[in-house]
Design a protein around this ligand. Structure first.
Ligand SMILES: [Mg+2]
Length: 334
């Protein structure tokens, strides 16, 4: 009689399904790509907020006066600026984006490191021009550029790593919005590609005030457009939002749009506004509206409320009609 020999057990091999090995970044998009990268990272007890907010928040010691805010961001020729962009504007934008994220946490910027990727054939004067833009903005906000590196590459890139601080435990997160909170936005939205995306001023003074006396409960800076960034805020706060369309402040560049709907689409989806979107408890909203014009020249507009309809953004038009906003906004890689 033949002995039955059990088949040798094969070692388990974890192979990703074929489809996903061929998947390209453009197909899954920026957010899904980031989600895959940040899962299963090493954790530490001094990290207050890890990936997923405008900055990381770290605490150097349990009784430290300040938490530190960490942020890095690249700007790349052909993606964030063109060959014909003024050199100083490239530097301004590279640092400005990082400062805008520090502003969105209510932070005070302190230090920056700058890495430049430069084609060998690029004139030295152009590289100096990029740095002139960086230096000017750094001086305005008393940010010390304390190092970095230069390496060669096929096209101009500037990577800025910034550090800021905020009183311990006081960083304004995306996750702090509560049912009933009022929604506000600084400045005007839309049409940024026509110039503002290179010349914006990070809303640092406004952000710090909102962190302190302004009593913001949640905050994010508008880099990808109101539609996308508001979605981030409500998702992390586990709430919904209601936007009053007539209250959305439209930038002059798009206000002349023949159709108001077209203008609103720009305001929701263009991205790179670098304004602050924030929430305030109803009890503090009136004080904010009163105090704001005395403190700042930047306008600030009430644009809606936080609702309990989780992950849903509703738009209320002039006739009081409600529509649900579809996911939209600037998406990198697409
Ligand atoms: Mg941001």
């Amino acid at each position: 009689m033949m002995k039955l020999i059990p088949p040798r057990r094969k070692a388990k091999v974890h192979l990703a399904p074929k489809a996903s090995t061929r998947q390209i970044v453009g197909a899954i998009g920026e957010q899904a790509m980031i989600q895959r990268l940040v899962c299963a990272l090493q954790e530490r007890g001094d990290v207050v907020v890890g990936p997923g907010d405008d900055c990381a928040v770290v605490r150097p010691a349990a009784n430290a006066r300040y938490d530190y805010l960490l942020k890095s961001d690249p700007v790349v020729e052909g993606v964030h600026f063109t060959r014909t962009t003024l050199d100083a504007a490239v530097g301004h934008k590279a640092l400005g984006r990082v400062l805008s994220d520090i502003a969105a946490m209510g932070g005070e910027p302190l230090w920056a490191l700058v890495n430049l990727v430069v084609p060998s054939a690029m004139p030295v004067a152009r590289v100096m021009g990029v740095y002139a833009g960086l230096r000017k903005l750094a001086r305005r906000w008393r940010v010390a550029i304390v190092g970095g590196d230069v390496t060669r590459g096929p096209r101009l890139e500037a990577h800025v790593f910034g550090v800021g601080r905020v009183p311990r435990g006081q960083a304004i997160l995306r996750s702090g919005a509560r049912l009933g909170d009022y929604l506000f936005v600084t400045g005007a939205l839309g049409g940024s590609r026509r110039g503002k995306h290179l010349a914006f001023q990070p809303r640092l003074a406004e952000g710090r005030w909102l962190q302190g006396r302004g009593r913001a409960t949640a905050m994010i800076d508008l880099s990808d457009g109101l539609a996308t960034d508001l979605r981030h805020l409500i998702k992390q706060s586990r709430v919904g939002a209601e936007l009053v369309l007539s209250k959305i402040p439209l930038a002059p560049a798009i206000r002349k749009s023949a159709l108001r709907r077209t203008a609103l689409r720009h305001a929701f989806c263009d991205g790179e506004d670098y304004e602050l979107l924030f929430t305030v408890a109803p009890a503090n909203a009136a004080a904010l509206i009163r105090a704001w014009p005395e403190k700042f020249r930047t306008p600030c507009a009430y644009i809606g409320r936080i609702t309990g309809h989780r992950d849903i953004i509703e738009c209320v038009d002039a006739r009081g009609q409600r529509t649900r906003m579809k996911a939209a906004g600037y998406e990198h890689f697409r």
